[in-house]
Design a protein around this ligand. Structure first.
Ligand SMILES: C[S@@+](CC[C@H](N)C(=O)[O-])C[C@H]1O[C@@H](n2cnc3c(N)ncnc32)[C@H](O)[C@@H]1O
Length: 244
């Protein structure tokens, strides 16, 4: 058996969205797209600047997609050029694409109306959260999704603090990429420490996912009501960070 080595999303990109090769990624993507769509529809359509971080194949672009809609106000970013290439199709609609780390976004301060981070566990660090707070306009909103801590705890057998996810590639290599998944209370405190407020936490359950394509990694000893993904609907207060 090959040994797992530290890798990055550039190693994974060519097969990341192959549901046969990586059904767990496909299940999480389905869950994330579902909850983001629900969050997006719950609020008035944003008119100001929009930004997606760690986008891969942009979920946000597919949400604002409408016949003939232009996407001049949408910036799609990812630190991996190969993952970002999945969003190249949105250039024809005038979306802008940039290779950028989640902690250094090429965006002016206090400008973004809606920031989306779908499956953002690889960069779920204080540096990302303070950058998110910097770029968001006062009153601006951020929706962050991550595999749930409940799932990570069960799947990583109590070693949820391992902070890595392992992938077996089609060439037989096994690589580990960063994956930081906190319990909800801890995640909420981390967001508050960056100066933002969690308005709503939503769980997607196993029962919400297309069971015909369910990854075995999501199944062991789990009921349909078990959470597999958590979404944090966050906003930046209009009048500066809240008091403790
Ligand atoms: C789990 S994938 C999710 C991709 C996509 N958002 C989706 O929902 O299908 C994580 C993404 O975050 C990107 N990423 C990892 N570390 C990053 C960082 N430090 N800054 C920006 N993007 C990062 C990866 O390249 C990858 O595209």
């Amino acid at each position: 058996m090959s040994v797992s080595v530290r890798g990055g999303y550039d190693d994974l990109a060519s097969e990341y969205y192959d549901p046969t090769r990586h059904p767990t990624c496909a299940n999480f993507r389905e869950a994330s797209a579902k909850v983001l769509r629900d969050c997006f529809l719950r609020q008035p359509a944003p008119r100001g600047p929009l930004c997606e971080v760690g986008a891969g194949d942009s979920v946000l672009a597919s949400l604002v997609d409408a016949p003939r809609a232009r996407m001049d106000n949408l910036l799609i970013t990812d630190s991996s050029a190969s993952m970002l290439a999945y969003s190249a199709k949105w250039r024809s609609r005038r979306a802008r694409l940039a290779v950028a780390d989640a902690s250094r976004l090429p965006v002016p301060s206090d400008s973004v109306e809606l920031l989306v981070a779908s499956l953002g566990d690889p960069y779920n660090e204080a540096a990302f959260w303070s950058e998110a707070c910097r770029v968001l306009a006062p009153g601006g909103r951020l929706v962050f999704t991550t595999p749930s801590h409940e799932w990570a705890w069960a799947f990583r057998q109590g070693d949820a603090a391992s902070e890595t996810a392992e992938f077996e590639l089609s060439d037989g290599r096994r690589i580990c990429v960063p994956s930081v998944i906190h319990p909800i209370a801890e995640q909420t405190s981390m967001i508050a420490a960056a100066g933002m407020i969690v308005a709503r936490v939503t769980d997607v359950t196993l029962g919400d996912i297309d069971s015909a394509r369910m990854s075995p990694k999501l199944l062991p000893q789990r009921s349909k009501s078990a959470s597999c993904l958590t979404a944090f609907d966050v906003f930046k207060p209009r009048n500066g960070p809240p008091d403790d």
